[in-house]
Design a protein around this ligand. Structure first.
Ligand SMILES: [Zn+2]
Length: 171
């Protein structure tokens, strides 16, 4: 369906897509769901509208794109060669905003985890299991084992891609 859209129509459609529906976000949603975790999406009542909210665990997860959120020491967080000063300022603002969101949420008693796009696309199952482990620790004072359950990287990536495609074809 989207093949019939012109470039400008497509970019308008892209702009309408909530940032909450990116591929890395679908990857972690599907993975954690498969491991038995249930969540709420993009809770606007909380500072910074966290991507995934786990009320039972009093925990939140943000899925950050490496480029815009400036993943430290990541090759996906490059800096444009022209207009560099402008971009550095913009990036610094993004980082500052992210930090203040996390601070505000922690003050409200939430545990906060940042998961990076590159981790989700490259070390998919490990990153999801690590997040699941971190969540489980939120309601246990004893050490918890890494949650088991079927996770397949190729399946998760394929599901996430299909979700993003379906979403785009709705416009
Ligand atoms: Zn990264």
């Amino acid at each position: 369906m989207t093949d019939t859209l012109s470039t400008s129509e497509r970019s308008r459609a892209m702009a309408k897509v909530r940032s909450a529906d990116t591929k890395p976000e679908w990857i972690i949603r599907c993975g954690l769901h498969r491991l038995g975790f249930r969540y709420k999406l993009s809770d606007k009542s909380l500072p910074g509208t966290p991507d995934l909210v786990f009320p039972r665990y009093k925990s939140l997860i943000f899925v950050h794109g490496c480029y815009w959120h400036r993943h430290a020491n990541c090759k996906d967080a490059s800096t444009p060669g022209s207009n560099t000063e402008f971009w550095l300022k913009k990036f610094a603002e993004n980082v500052r905003r992210d930090k203040s969101k996390v601070r505000a949420l922690r003050k409200l008693g939430w545990r906060v985890l940042i998961v990076w796009e590159c981790e989700l696309t490259k070390c998919t199952t490990f990153t999801i299991r690590k997040a699941a482990h971190w969540l489980a620790q939120g309601i246990s004072s004893k050490p918890v084992p890494l949650p088991l359950g079927e996770l397949n990287r190729r399946t998760l990536l394929a599901v996430a891609e299909a979700k993003v495609r379906n979403r785009l074809s709705n416009y």
